[in-house]
Every structure is written in structure tokens, then in C-alpha cells.
Design a binder for this molecule. Structure first.
Ligand SMILES: *Cc1c(COP(=O)(O)O)cnc(C)c1O
Length: 401
């Protein structure tokens, strides 16, 4: 067990500690000429998502050395993850976006293999997917790729959120599902999830919840299904620290069976969304690891990092503010840094560029304020903290000089 193994248990109060960030080296990226960096932005697909803990890497390596029947593995992994997360059933897909596609197709075809095979021809299947305009986002391409009609209700920023008659009215014959998105960035204008579930179920319509980034807290893995949501989706490659191309669908047994029918290795509309044995096993190991993580220690660790940064950086020209929860709605503090003088926007932009170009390279999060940026501890390891704080302070001094 190396230092990070202890950290992974949270017994020394460290944060993510998913990897041996020093010892693991970056040789493959060096040889490709690809820049690596300290990620103080957060868990973003375009920045590599997250880093896998040793236990996950080991599980994937082991998985890669044997032949297995994918159907059998999918069922066993699903059973294990469902038990770990207090759910009825689970299907592993190759990302949360892929999960949105598979879950929607499952709600259309159900457990009828002939209908599953018939897609993309939707005859005889429900094709309406009802969603709030306030929840529209670029991930809903994954749903709209199917032969569905996206039925939008409500309006973003409606003062009185979407009138209560609107959803029942939209749940007509031929409605496959309600798509409900949970995130820190959704607009007002949607009814609360509990109410949506109740209305949908009264009409016999399942509810798919896109909760891709709603971790931590880990309770969310069973909170939304506990409310009655039929299928709930999480990304495996964000805070779960599973393989970057993995995703979880949790929920109702019959609908999970329907997911398996439309998904790979079965031929049909879901076949391009292949999940490898390595991803299946890797996500299983990641969920197990995640369930054992000390979330309180991690929360405190993030608070400390934010407080340290504020203490070292705040001054007449620099404002550092704690922001909580973060932009995804995750319960981890982050710091917003802003240069307050009239030249602030240009200084901030220069600071971000200098951090990127520096040694080591550092990525910070984009801000809604010109010249501002975020330092997000979620994807930072303890052994990166000193250099991160030193660099941010040095760069701030440089652009203010
Ligand atoms: C990140 C995200 C997704 C996509 O997750 P992947 O695992 O990268 O496919 C979908 N929906 C929401 C709300 C997300 O935040």
C-alpha cells in the first residue's frame, strides 16, 4: 500500500487521492507529445473526466486478460452494483450520454425483444418524451437521436414554476417517458422531482432522471430511485472515478432488462454503444471504492484548500470567494478568484493563460464573470496542493505587477 492507498480510505483527511499522481508518471502522454496538467477545473469529459484509483486500474487489467460472456458479466456486475447502491437493478453503459439513449430506447421497446430489434422503426411503440424547457441541455441529443418527439413544457425562469396542469396534460397516450435533469445549472420552471414522479406514474409513464454529475453525495445513488424514479443515470467517468467511458443506469428491474435488450452485444440500435468487459469490471470496482470513501473528510479537505487559497491570495486587487455547492450542484466547496481593478478582466484572462502555459500546467474552471476563474478541489490530489497554491499565487502577483 502506497501513500495514496491510505489517503483513498480518507484516514488522513485527504481529498480525492484516487491515484499516485507523482509515482504514476506520464510517459505515454510524454511520448505522444500530449500535455498533462493539474486539473483544478473539475470533472469534465474534455479534460479527461477523472483519474482511476489503483483498485479500478487493477480490476480492469485483470478483466483484460480473460474471455467472458458479456451478457453474463453485465448481469453479475449489475447485480453487484445494484446491491451496493440499494437499488433493484443496474445496467452499465459506455457513458451517461449513452445511458440516456439506452434508457429512452428501453422505455420505448420495453422487454419485448422483437420491439427492441425493430428500432429505429418505432411503430407500435410510445414515442413521446416529455421534458421541461428549463432542463434542455446539450446532452439531450442522446435522447433526440432516437425516433422520438421531444415534447417541451414550461418555461425557464417562470416565476411560478410550470403550472400543475401542464405535465398531466402532456402525458398523453404514446408517451414513452418523462426526462428529468438534475444539475446545479438547470433553470427554475420545473416542478419538483417528487411531484413529477407522482404525476407521471398516475399516467403510467416512467421517469428517467439524468443525474450524471450528482455525486457527491453518494446517497444520490439511491435517493432519486428511492423517490420512485424509474431509471436514474450517473456518469462512471466523473466523480465515481470509473473508466471515463462508462455510465450507470439504476432502477426498475423490468426496465433494466429492457436496457440490456437494446444494448450491446445484442444487435440493434444500441449495438454501437459497446461496453467492454474492462469498463464493466472497472465501473463495478469504482462503485465499490466510492461506497467506502470518507465523504466528510473530503468535504473538509476541500474547505481547507479553499480557505488556504483565500488566505494567501486575497488582497486589495484580488477577491477570493467560497462557492458552494459547485456548478454541477455537487456538495464540495470551490474558490472563485477575481481581479477587481478596472483591468481585472484582462488580468484574469492572462492569469488563466499563464497557469496553462506554466510548469506544471494548471487548468482552472471558467467563470461567468469576465476575468474570473474557479479553483475546484474536486479533481485535485493532496500531493498537488502545494504547487497549485504556489503557482496560482505567483501568477496572480505577476499579472498584478
Ligand atoms: C456529464 C453529463 C452527461 C454525460 O456524461 P458522460 O458520462 O460523459 O456521457 C450527461 N448529462 C449530464 C447532466 C452531465 O453532466
Amino acid at each position: 500500500m502506497g501513500a495514496s492507498d491510505g489517503a483513498r480510505q480518507g484516514d488522513d483527511g485527504m481529498g480525492a487521492s484516487a491515484v499516485d499522481t507523482v509515482a504514476s508518471g506520464t510517459s505515454i502522454y510524454d511520448s505522444l507529445g500530449v500535455r498533462t496538467f493539474i486539473n483544478a477545473a473539475g470533472s469534465y469529459t474534455r479534460l479527461g473526466g477523472s483519474r482511476m484509483p489503483r483498485v479500478v486500474i487493477d480490476a480492469m487489467r485483470d478483466a483484460a486478460l480473460h474471455f467472458v460472456e458479456i451478457d453474463e458479466l453485465q448481469v453479475r456486475v449489475g447485480t453487484r452494483i445494484a446491491a451496493l447502491t440499494h437499488n433493484e437493478a443496474c445496467y452499465v453503459s459506455c457513458g451517461a450520454a449513452a445511458s440516456l439513449f439506452v434508457a429512452t430506447a428501453a422505455c420505448m421497446a420495453g422487454t419485448n425483444p422483437a420491439l427492441a430489434r425493430q428500432l429505429p422503426d418505432p411503430r407500435g411503440m410510445p414515442t413521446r418524451v416529455v421534458t421541461y424547457r428549463a432542463h434542455r441541455n446539450p446532452y439531450d441529443y442522446a435522447v433526440r437521436t432516437l425516433p422520438v418527439e421531444l415534447v417541451e413544457i414550461g418555461f425557464p425562469n417562470e416565476v411560478i414554476p410550470a403550472a400543475e396542469w401542464e405535465l398531466p396534460h402532456a402525458l398523453t397516450e404514446g408517451t414513452a417517458a418523462v426526462l428529468y435533469t438534475v444539475g446545479g445549472w438547470t433553470s427554475p420552471g420545473a416542478l419538483p422531482l417528487e411531484q413529477v414522479i407522482e404525476m407521471a406514474h398516475r399516467a403510467g409513464v416512467p421517469v428517467i432522471v439524468d443525474a450524471a454529475a450528482q455525486l457527491p453525495p453518494r446517497e444520490n445513488l439511491w435517493r432519486f430511485t428511492g423517490m420512485g424514479a424509474d431509471l436514474v443515470i450517473f456518469s462512471g467517468g466523473k466523480d465515481l472515478c470509473g473508466p471515463q467511458s462508462s455510465g450507470l443506469i439504476l432502477g426498475r428491474r423490468d426496465l433494466i432488462e429492457a436496457c440490456a435488450l437494446v444494448g450491446a452485444p445484442h444487435h440493434g440500435i444500441g449495438r454501437p454503444l459497446k461496453v467492454g468487459k474492462e469498463e464493466l469490471v472497472g465501473l463495478c470496482a469504482a462503485v465499490e471504492w466510492y461506497m467506502g470513501r470518507d465523504e466528510d473528510a473530503r468535504t473538509r479537505w476541500a474547505e481547507q484548500l479553499v480557505a488556504q487559497l483565500a488566505m494567501r491570495l486575497s488582497g486589495p486587487e484580488i477577491q477570493v470567494e467560497r462557492r458552494f455547492p459547485n456548478e454541477a450542484g455537487q456538495l464540495v466547496a470551490r474558490a472563485h478568484v477575481r481581479f477587481t481593478d478596472p483591468d481585472g478582466a484582462a488580468r484574469g484572462a492572462r492569469a488563466v493563460a499563464l497557469l496553462q502555459a506554466g510548469q506544471p500546467s494548471i487548468e482552472v474552471g471558467a467563470s461567468e464573470v469576465a476575468g474570473g476563474f474557479y479553483v475546484n478541489p474536486m479533481t485535485v490530489e493532496q500531493d498537488e496542493v502545494d504547487v497549485l497554491l504556489d503557482r496560482v499565487c505567483a501568477v496572480a502577483r505577476e499579472v498584478c505587477a
